[in-house]
Structure formats: structure tokens, C-alpha cells
Ligand binder design. Sequence first.
Ligand SMILES: C[S@@+](CC[C@H](N)C(=O)[O-])C[C@H]1O[C@@H](n2cnc3c(N)ncnc32)[C@H](O)[C@@H]1O
Length: 224
Amino acid sequence: MSLKPMYKWAGGKAKLVPVLLEQLRRWARRHQGSTNDFGFDYVEPFLGGGAFALSLMTEPEPVVIGTAPGKGRLVALEPRFHLSDVNTDLINVWREFKCNRVALCCALQGWTESYNEAHVVDREKMYYEMRERYNAAIGSSEPDIDQAFRFIFLNKTCFNGLYRVNSKGEFNVPWNKAERISFDLENLLAVGKRLRQNDVEIKCQDWKTAVKLHLSPRQPTFIY
Ligand SMILES: C[S@@+](CC[C@H](N)C(=O)[O-])C[C@H]1O[C@@H](n2cnc3c(N)ncnc32)[C@H](O)[C@@H]1O
């Protein structure tokens, strides 16, 4: 199953995945040694929705790396993922899906039912109360499953799936007035499960720190 971003994210690169994959293959062609398993560090310091990282995590088959049609070698790309972003609440989502995917999906399922059955006045109330609770906890570096749930729920019910904060650092996007919502729980569960594998590191940090850590690479390093 091909993994997709867990939430909508402005500037997401889902549509660029084929182009990025081609760039990665070209780069791998230059760096790959004589072996057929090409291990490398994949560094994504502006993670956002992580469209490309997730597509690489599900790249199912070895890829042909070659200079001319029919003359390629079959090579398995084997990235170790170093994913980071400066947004603490976004990183909390990735960490919580890694550890608590089933509980999160149950909560999303329950709230989806309540939301879809509610009167418009109650739906609006649900959104703004959730936003208030989200803002009360925003920016904390402590693991918080409830905050991860709120992030995903607000992303689905806010205007255009935008993430915008005001000068006080509060999330201030209005309700999108959706009558019905749904989540791709199968994808969310699959992403959470994949993140548990030990080739994935998730950190909250500035991009400069992320890049600095990989400036003197001991092995080939692809930074996107
Ligand atoms: C356009 S999004 C990245 C899109 C991502 N590649 C995708 O496909 O969804 C930009 C991300 O950079 C993050 N960001 C902004 N300034 C940053 C900084 N100084 N260090 C690390 N991340 C930063 C934002 O939080 C946001 O998630």
C-alpha cells in the first residue's frame, strides 16, 4: 500500500514525487558503489506533510539505475530517514502516530461520527472548542496524544486545511463549515506502523541543526 501524508499541508510536494524520485535515482547512480543495496541517509529538514519521505518508505521494489535504456543495474535504495521540522505540534503528530496509532484512529473515528451527526451549531462549537484546547497546549515539547488528535481533527475541519498562527503563536484558522468529514484510517494506521521501523528518526529542530548534523557524512547523504 502506498503511504500518503496524514494531513493536508500547504506547499506539500505530493505532485512532485515522480520528479523527486528521478532526481534521487540520478544522484544514487553517481554515488552507488558496486553493491546492489544502496544504503544512504535521507534528510528532510522541512518535513511538513512528508509526501516524498512517505513515498520513499513505500517504494516497494528495487529500482533500475542505469545510464541507457536496458543497460541499468537493479539496485535497492535503502534510505535511513532523518525527518525533522521546527513545528513542535507537527512533530508531535508524527511521534504519536508512531507510538499510538490505534488509539488515535479510534478517537478520530468516534469524533467523526459525533461531528457528522451533529447540528450545524454544534459542529461549529466543536471546532472552536477544539481550537481553544489546541491553543492552550500549543508549542509544548512534551509528547501529547490529545494534541496530536486535535492537530489532525482541526486540519480536517479548518478552512482549506491551512496552518496559520497569529503574532501570539495561536492557531487562528476559521472553521470550514464541512457538513461531513472522513479520515483515511487505513493510511493513518499504515503510516504509524511504518514509522515504528528503526530506520526512521523524527526530531523537532531548526533546519540548520538538521543539516549541520549531516555536513560531514560518513555515508552518502541526500538532503531534500
Ligand atoms: C512547505 S512545508 C514542507 C513541505 C513538505 N516537503 C511536504 O511535502 O509537505 C515547509 C515546512 O517547513 C517548516 N519550517 C519552516 N521554517 C523552518 C525552520 N527554520 N526549520 C525547520 N523547519 C521549518 C514548516 O513548519 C513547514 O512544515
